[in-house]
Design a protein around this ligand. Structure first.
Ligand SMILES: C[S@@+](CC[C@H](N)C(=O)[O-])C[C@H]1O[C@@H](n2cnc3c(N)ncnc32)[C@H](O)[C@@H]1O
Length: 342
């Protein structure tokens, strides 16, 4: 029987670590094949599982055995497999599903950029420009539509979960309008408009992203008459006026893009405007392994970084903002509540 094991001695642990790609690839294959979706509540034979996901039984057993070493699926004494808490998260219908996040973190472009990490160390810049001849989001939206689709679904999953937390956390009782800058498909705006029935909102993001804004915000949706959807590039201009601006999980790119975005938001809002920046921080996180991995991936794709409390605060004050409060929204997210002085 294969089970998750306690940490082996250092030489073996290091061997395991250098094979991290095998684990990521196995998770990706299981997610793409829908293995977790095919496995029901009870044990299943490999033959039945393979028939359900249209694979060969022998390699399927090897895939399941590899994953069960990490506690993703469990092999039983009789050779059948059952779910574990982690394998259930690969199911599409799990309320806390991480299937799309699994695909996003293992998309084809990630296998192109990781080998260039030493080069990124030397230059301090992203490697996407050299690999694909354009910036990451341009590459994603123009040349990798399937990855863009996976990205949008993965962002939707994490946005839906965190939007509720952000809306519950934020007290906007002093505002009549809110703008979400780089707000993705608009989950945060939708949650805030639900919380404040008299409030008006704006959603600004790249054209191909806002095209797929959540249906409630688009024509015919129940929130459509209280929201303005604005396609655009926040580094070029923020043509949106509001009392409060939210900037969530955007300022993780290069410092110049952060500075330009903040300048544009400050110009759009003017003195007295409230700007709430929400970020995952690398120095105050329940999982340093996950956060530092994301930090390196951000360097590779957008030349960015996960901030520490100090580095985020420095970017905000350099931009001219006054930070009034820094508080945890949930264990993974922090809000920097700022105001434009003057
Ligand atoms: C990590 S996602 C965060 C989305 C959303 N704020 C959230 O927290 O769920 C980054 C977002 O930035 C958007 N984005 C990237 N570059 C942009 C740009 N130049 N102008 C506007 N939005 C941009 C992406 O399309 C994406 O929706």
């Amino acid at each position: 029987m294969t089970t998750a094991q306690t940490a082996p001695p250092p030489p073996m642990r290091l061997r395991e670590l250098v094979f991290g790609a095998a684990c990521a690839a196995a998770l990706r294959a299981a997610a793409r094949l829908g293995v977790a979706d095919a496995l029901g509540d009870g044990p299943m034979t490999v033959e039945d599982l393979a028939a359900a996901v249209k694979t060969e039984p022998r390699p399927t057993r090897r895939l399941l055995r590899a994953l069960s070493c990490y506690g993703v699926f469990a092999e039983q004494e009789d050779g059948t497999f059952t779910h574990t808490d982690m394998s259930r998260l690969l199911r599409e219908d799990d309320p806390h599903s991480l299937r799309d996040i699994t695909l996003w973190c293992t998309e084809p472009w990630t296998w192109d950029v990781w080998p260039e990490l030493d080069e990124a160390m030397r230059t301090g810049r992203n490697v996407v420009q050299d690999l694909y001849g354009k910036e990451f989001f341009a590459y994603l939206n123009e040349d990798a539509p399937e990855s863009a689709e996976v990205f949008n679904r993965a962002m939707t999953t994490s946005s839906e979960q965190s939007a509720r937390d952000v809306a519950a956390f934020l007290d906007l009782s002093g505002s009549t309008s809110v703008a979400d800058i780089g707000g993705g498909q608009g989950h945060v705006v939708a949650s805030l408009l639900d919380k404040y029935p008299a409030m008006h909102g704006s959603l600004l993001d790249l054209p191909r992203v806002v095209e797929n804004a959540v249906p409630r915000l688009r024509g015919g949706g129940d929130l459509a008459d209280r929201v303005r959807i604005v396609p655009g590039d926040v580094r070029v201009a923020v043509p949106v006026r509001a009392d409060t601006y939210i900037i969530k999980n955007i300022l993780e790119w290069d410092d110049e893009s952060t500075a330009r975005t903040l300048r544009n938001v400050i110009e759009a809002g003017g003195p007295g405007t409230r700007i709430v920046v929400v970020e995952n921080l690398v120095d105050d996180t329940p999982s340093m392994r996950f956060s530092t991995a994301m930090d390196l991936l951000l360097l590779l794709n957008v030349g960015g970084a996960k901030h520490t409390t100090e580095s985020m605060a420095a970017r905000l004050t350099e931009a001219g903002l006054v930070i009034e409060d820094v508080s945890p929204v949930n264990p993974y997210l922090h809000a920097f509540d700022c105001v434009v002085p003057g």
